[in-house]
Ligand binder design. Structure first.
Ligand SMILES: NC(=O)c1ccc[n+]([C@@H]2O[C@H](COP(=O)([O-])OP(=O)(O)OC[C@H]3O[C@@H](n4cnc5c(N)ncnc54)[C@H](OP(=O)(O)O)[C@@H]3O)[C@@H](O)[C@H]2O)c1
Ligand SMILES: CC(C)CCC[C@@H](C)[C@H]1CC[C@H]2C3=C(CC[C@]12C)[C@@]1(C)CC[C@H](O)C(C)(C)[C@@H]1CC3
Length: 644
């Protein structure tokens, strides 16, 4: 199987200052010790070609040190990054060139052409105005200008030829530019980067905080992450295969349970609700309404209104475009709903047919997940998410295989995450407010109901106003689209996040003006932290040189991306989760303390965010190695300062 992706990479982490000199001096002295070892193939000061861990990229490096115990060479890249490499990943520059030449002779020109780099995949570095070096790719450009970069093209193979020692074979080729290398790697390391990370000691050999801003040099202009097609995950999330079976059954059952509970006069764990007859879940009209709603949202999504935003670079270096017209969609939806209310459409139908509407959404999410799974079977490895191709059908069905399933430019994951469920949640809340007025004979919704409606509407509208920010979240960047997200987006979000409003319909809770003021303060505090921190991260990931972030400090990582270590990301490692949790508290408070049910969201959210945080921590540790460890030392708390 041939990869379409051409990868480029430069590193930019200059080592400066006294500590760096000391590090070099100690590296030299330990090298001198190791020089006595007859087995050392490369000598201190040798200029050789070093493979970049987890990829087939080779860079010119200088040998600094050999550690006879670990049998690792410490090498320094031209930009100052120091890494430890195994001998088998270092090549003498002369023999490397020789292999390139012979490889180049053996390739037909037609084949070379077919693998030429698309200009869209050529990225350009931007200089950083933050306090330390930032090295993210920023804009696309047409003319590759770099002289010192080796371009490598990955060709993932299903079978991995290895030599007798189970070591990967290497094949290289030259492309048109003399200094660029096209390679046809078939090594395990490209298929299993996680393992590679363990095998290599991917760490910078000095304290990151020493690194000072560097002016970008012309020779450092281009980069793309040294990435590979999706490997089979070594560790499985969500309790692995057994966990996936469990969640597949548990999640729909849980939705049913809470929806039946909320209607009870005294919802309680010790007071289980009676199960309705199976056929009462199906209602053709309710199904039609859900389909119509999704269709309406799909139409709004594809309208050529609003911005086309670029997603984060994929493993291939490519950046997808997304129509981020969420605010337009919510505005038109609000106008349509207002027109409906005005025309006398009975929105209390939502309350009276809640189970049937939820069942219809569940059916649609199941069908969608099946479709997603089937279409993912014919995909090439680079289109799969890392972690969704374990080989176990049910696990992969649950976790999601394809990273960015699209029908032409219609992005299914983005659409489902941001539109029908999220906007539907607000319509459901409105339906509950109207039902409360009807059942409790009120002229206007109760203050508690108003607060819940207003807070959650603000959350959704803010998400859609800042829709572009979703492109830097875990789901969009890393997770495959499968049952978990399809169900989460279409059933879980609209039908369980609206539970507080549903609860208030039949469980009124009077609030004093002081209580209202306090709850509003909690919400605003949470919202401020949530918005500011998400803004910082999103703006930084999009443009590390953003002048609005000039006061922030960051540390570089070996991947070229940097990590913010001041501002909100210097307070805790997930300040956006902190803000989100505080807001969740403000959503439950209006419902009072008589029952646990309206606190369900808060409890679920703590579990979800703690789990997400730990998933993200392992992913970041895998990606950023020692820079991540340093970030964790600098910012020791995960979500709540001084607590967790
Ligand atoms: N209401 C809900 O049900 C719900 C559920 C889940 C999440 N959320 C909200 O959705 C939003 C997105 O959450 P998320 O889980 O996707 O996580 P996130 O915090 O938005 O994204 C995590 C990613 O940020 C980057 N990052 C981490 N530390 C950084 C640092 N110091 N500097 C710069 N970048 C850093 C890393 O990605 P790269 O380095 O690869 O860029 C990391 O993988 C959050 O606000 C969360 O509260 C809401
Ligand atoms: C137990 C499972 C069914 C869990 C399913 C998880 C999903 C429901 C969530 C995962 C990421 C979440 C998310 C939002 C909604 C809920 C999720 C899809 C979000 C769209 C809500 C609005 C915010 O402003 C947001 C855009 C930041 C947010 C992004 C993540």
């Amino acid at each position: 199987m041939r990869a379409r992706d051409n990868l480029k990479c430069t590193r930019k982490q200059p080592i400066r200052g006294l500590r760096a000199q000391r590090a070099r001096a100690s590296a030299t002295s330990s090298f001198i010790t190791s020089m006595r070892m007859p087995t050392v193939k490369f000598q201190h000061g040798d200029t050789v070609m070093g493979r970049w861990p987890g990829s087939s990229l080779y860079y010119e490096v200088k040998v600094l040190n050999f550690d006879s115990k670990s049998q690792l060479y410490t090498v320094i890249y031209k930009d100052g990054t120091e890494l430890e490499l195994k001998e088998q990943d270092i090549m003498n520059a002369v023999s490397f060139q020789g292999r390139l030449r012979s490889r180049s002779r053996s390739r037909s020109p037609g084949r070379r052409r077919s693998r030429s780099r698309s200009p869209a995949r050529t990225t350009r570095r931007s200089s950083s105005r933050t306090s330390t070096v930032t090295t993210e790719s920023a804009t696309t450009r047409r003319e590759p200008r770099i002289k010192e970069v080796l371009e490598v093209r990955l060709t993932p193979m299903k079978t991995i030829p290895t030599d007798n020692n189970n070591k990967p074979e290497h094949r290289e080729e030259t492309s048109a530019a003399a200094n660029k290398v096209s390679q046809t790697p078939v090594s395990k390391s490209e298929v299993e980067p996680e393992k590679v990370q363990n095998r290599y000691n991917l760490r910078r050999r000095k304290d990151d905080s020493d690194v000072k801003p560097a002016e970008p040099k012309e020779a450092e202009v281009e980069e793309a992450p040294p990435v590979a097609p999706a490997p089979a995950p070594t560790t499985l999330d969500f309790g692995g295969k057994i966990g996936a079976y469990f969640w597949l059954l548990f999640l729909p059952a849980w939705v049913l349970y809470v929806l039946l509970q909320v209607n009870q006069a005294d919802p309680s764990l010790t007071n289980p609700p009676a199960l309705p007859a199976l056929d009462s879940f199906w209602d053709a009209q309710a199904f039609g309404i859900v389909v119509l709603w999704m269709w309406f949202q799909a139409v709004l999504y594809i309208l050529p209104v609003g911005k086309l935003s670029e997603g984060m670079p994929l493993r291939s270096g490519e950046r997808l475009k997304y129509r981020t017209n969420g605010f337009f969609a919510v505005t038109v939806s609000a106008a349509a709903v207002a027109a409906g209310v005005h025309q006398g459409v009975d929105f209390t139908y939502i309350h009276s047919h809640f189970l049937q509407l939820a069942a219809a959404a569940l059916l649609i999410s199941l069908l969608l997940s099946l479709y997603l799974f089937v279409r993912s079977c014919s995909l090439s490895p680079e289109q799969l998410a890392l972690g969704g191709n374990s080989g176990n059908i049910l696990y992969d069905f649950f976790k999601g295989r394809e990273l960015n399933p699209r029908i032409k430019s219609f992005d299914l994951k983005f659409f489902c995450e941001m539109r029908p469920g999220l906007i539907g949640w607000c319509v459901i809340n409105l339906g509950m407010a109207l039902t409360e007025m009807k059942l409790q004979r009120l002229q206007a919704p109760s203050p508690a109901m108003l607060l819940v409606n207003a807070f959650q509407l603000l959350y959704v509208v803010d998400g859609l106003w800042n829709e572009e920010a979703i492109l830097t979240t875990m789901d969009l960047m890393h997770d495959g689209f499968g049952f978990m997200l399809a169900f989460g987006d279409l059933v879980w979000v609209p039908f369980t996040y609206s539970l507080q409003a549903y609860y208030l319909v039949v469980h009124p809770n009077a609030l004093s003006p002081v209580a209202v003021a306090l709850i509003v303060t909690v919400k605003l505090l949470g919202f401020y932290i949530f918005r500011k921190s998400n803004f910082e991260k999103n703006a930084f990931r999009r443009n590390p040189a953003d002048p609005r972030l000039s006061h922030l400090k960051s540390i570089p990582t070996a991947t070229g991306k940097s990590l913010l270590v001041s501002g909100w990301w210097g307070v805790v490692r997930h300040p956006n989760y902190l803000g989100d949790l505080i807001m969740a508290l403000a959503w439950s408070l209006p419902c009072g303390f008589s029952h646990l049910l309206p606190w369900y969201y808060m409890i679920y959210f703590i579990i979800l965010l703690v789990h997400r945080d730990s998933r993200d921590m392992s992913e970041c540790r895998r990606k950023y190695g020692s820079a991540w460890d340093q970030y964790c030392r600098t910012v020791p708390y995960r979500i709540i300062p001084r607590v967790y």
